[in-house]
Design a protein around this ligand. Structure first.
Ligand code: IMP
Length: 424
């Protein structure tokens, strides 16, 4: 396989960063294709922790090409801070390409995201300005990375966008922004970022035609997809593998090897229905052992049992060809494990996710129960060395989802990632 997609099968935070980093060793090119710094990937290597929000995971290896594609929304200030942060940790030498068509997150996007998050209708966003930036993209008033390279064009676009935006801010009793300050700030960012900005679609196609190994790194998870997720409690882009051709400017024929990342249980941050959520001593212990706190916002994550209805939905939407089961070690010591195999909705058994958020909130999970295992498995390096009940648990996931488990993970280090079948 010369290309692979790493996609989240739940509500994000499945451990995609770790698998991306693992597979990045074998890839020539690593591509982030959607979202922005609402994402957070923690990578541990040689005892050092790296938190990446915008940069593709390949930046830790100097010989990789890292692409931030047109489907992303990029906060230039956050990006520059991340680049400086890496340099301070000794990562100075990386090859980065930013799409000239990627949209820029501006201060007013963040202000609006925060302002919209106050009422009862809040989504529980990361307040990073992601939704308002994608809104402006669709509204055709966005500013793009390539605009930074043409001062006159940038001036024209920003003036027009800011005029409309200031009217909106005024109506909402929010502080307005001064054109000159913002324009000068953007020109300063341009000085730092211009060396990276290019036509990444042309570049990527060239790499694919030359049979370079490409890894597509999804952010968030399919359940947060604007089209196929738990709308309206979703993000504003599509984290599915299906969105890659559009979000990167390549042909669909290149997307045929899709690794779905799932936790051995489920988590969610922000608002929205979560059928298998539970709150007791076991969920608290999972939260602490699994360090289930947001990488970007520090919010405690909601905890639930594994949900096969969701994984089947994700498989269908995103064409998943293999699974990587993460954080299996966190389940050690739990007597009885549960997996949701269907829902009960208004007295009927259903196997599909209802499209209406309030209906999903009414769904009661139908569980199967499985015996857990006592042993600490963080030192396991082969499937055969797992306790028998852990092996049965993984096999059950394959059986219930129709997707073979190709990898699993028993701890945060690269060495604790076990590949049962070659992925890339
Ligand atoms: P937004 O992407 O900041 O607009 O947030 C929309 C929803 O997606 C909220 O429920 C967020 O908590 C969730 N979300 C966004 N990014 C991530 C992520 O990287 N991991 C988990 N949840 C996320």
């Amino acid at each position: 396989m010369s290309n692979v997609v790493v996609v989240g099968t739940q509500w994000g935070d499945e451990g995609k960063g770790k698998i991306t980093d693992f597979l990045a060793q074998r890839a020539d090119v690593i591509v982030r294709y959607q979202g922005g710094n609402n994402a957070g990937h923690t990578i541990v290597f040689n005892g050092k922790k790296f938190a990446l929000h915008l940069l593709p995971s390949g930046v830790l290896s100097k010989d990789k090409i890292n692409i931030m594609a047109n489907g992303m929304v990029i906060d230039p200030r956050a990006l520059i801070e991340e680049i400086i942060g890496l340099k301070n940790q000794g990562i100075t030498d990386f090859n980065l390409k930013i799409s000239n068509r990627a949209h820029i997150v501006l201060p007013y996007h963040k202000a609006l995201d925060t302002a919209f998050e106050t009422g009862d209708d809040r989504i529980g966003t990361t307040k990073r300005g992601i939704g308002p930036t994608y809104t402006d993209k669709a509204f055709r008033s966005g500013i793009r990375m390539g605009d930074l390279l043409d001062e006159e064009y940038l001036e024209k676009r920003l003036k027009s966008a800011l005029e409309t935006k200031n009217n909106v801010l005024k109506m909402m009793n929010l502080p307005m922004y001064n054109f000159k300050d913002m324009y000068l700030e953007l020109l300063n960012y341009a000085k730092v970022l211009k060396e990276y900005i290019t036509d990444t679609s042309a570049l990527l196609n060239e790499f694919l035609e030359r049979d370079k190994k490409v890894l597509f790194e999804g952010a968030q998870g399919v359940m947060l997809c604007i089209d196929h997720g738990t709308y309206p409690y979703v993000t504003s882009s599509s984290p599915t593998a299906a969105s890659i051709p559009l979000y990167t400017g390549i042909a669909p024929k290149y997307i045929n090897n899709v690794l779905g990342i799932t936790k051995a249980y489920t988590t969610r941050v922000g608002e929205g229905a979560f059928p298998t959520e539970f709150d007791d001593e076991i969920s608290n212990s999972i939260r602490e052992v699994g360090n289930e706190y947001g990488t970007s916002t520090g919010r405690p994550r909601r905890i639930g049992w594994l949900d096969a209805v969701i994984l089947r939905h994700t498989r269908r939407i995103s064409g998943i060809t293999g699974l990587s089961v993460m954080l299996l070690d966190v389940l050690s010591g739990i007597d009885t494990l549960k997996i949701c195999v269907g829902y009960e909705f208004r007295g009927k058994r259903i196997d599909l996710i209802p499209p209406i958020a309030d209906h999903l909130a009414e769904c009661k999970p139908v569980y199967i129960e499985m015996p857990g295992w006592e042993e600490d498995i963080t030192g396991v390096r082969k499937f055969e060395d797992l306790p028998v009940n852990a092996q049965i648990y993984l096999r059950k996931i394959s059986e219930l989802t129709g997707i073979s488990v190709k990898m699993f993970s028993v701890g945060p280090d690269r060495l604790q990632t076990i590949e049962m079948e070659e992925i890339l």
